[in-house]
Write a protein that binds this ligand. Sequence first.
Ligand code: MBD
Ligand code: FE
Length: 311
Amino acid sequence: MSTKIFNTAEVQDFLRLASGLTQEGGDARTKAIVHRILSDLFKAIEDLDISSDEYWAGVAYINQLGTRGEAGLLSPGLGLDRYYDMRMDAEDAALGVENGTPRTIEGPLYVAGAPVAQGFARLDDGSDQQGHTLIMHGTVFGADGQPLPGASVEVWHANTKGFYSHFDPTGEQKPFNMRRTIVTDAQGRYKFQSIVPAGYGVPPGGPTHVLLQRLGRHGNRPAHIHFFVTAEGHRKLTTQINIDGDPLVHDDFAYATREGLIPPLVERTDAASIQAHGLTGPFAEIHFDITLSALVDGVDNQLVNRPRLAA
Ligand code: MBD
Ligand code: FE
């Protein structure tokens, strides 16, 4: 259809009507956002001549996405999470705010309420037979470059099948497996023992997977470990590290890989190293220091509040 009606007074008035802009009451911000997105959609329908069949397939798709709880998964897949990081980086650059460790996306699989440990925690419960022991440790530094005792390091990651506790379709993992909050010691250090995670893949055949395939893309992430790091006088850092050597490190469907977030992983097989960590066999070691950024005018100007699972 080549007839153009989007710019007519009839359609423009209709968009204002449907967005509630002609009514008292309701929420002005919601009206403004709905008006803009609805207008963009109407225009896209006209410009791309999106057929009724295509439109209704889209409506059914949104229902599937919700039913399967995958809206928060499609979001990073389409780069929106990365885009919000780009915006925060740009805001920092404009304000001259220095970041230490780079931020990267939170992803949809955090669960609040993990057990808290002082200085050290073991994250895995030993039940993953394929697990290769991982020791990860480092120091949390403040914006002034000094170590931060009492900082909170929240960490969460997947098992060797790429599944997270609380979201594991096999039902095999106990609550909070591979999830802890570690409080840094008097020298600002954190340390944990766990197992090297595997990469994550979106649920096969699910709506996210289906759309990514239609885009000619895959739905896999390199193996990674998530962090929230918080401390007095500093902004909350949301970040991840990738497992060095994973073939997808630079081909992440969620676009979370960043320079500075791929620390070397060193395989330790010597008796002295094994003993030093109280282990009985070879292990992988990652040393990763974390530097927080200072509050801006006394506040965390980039704190993200989003609905999160708590258990
Ligand atoms: C993950 O584990 C993840 O970190 C992201 C961003 C998306 C899906 C699964
Ligand atoms: Fe993840």
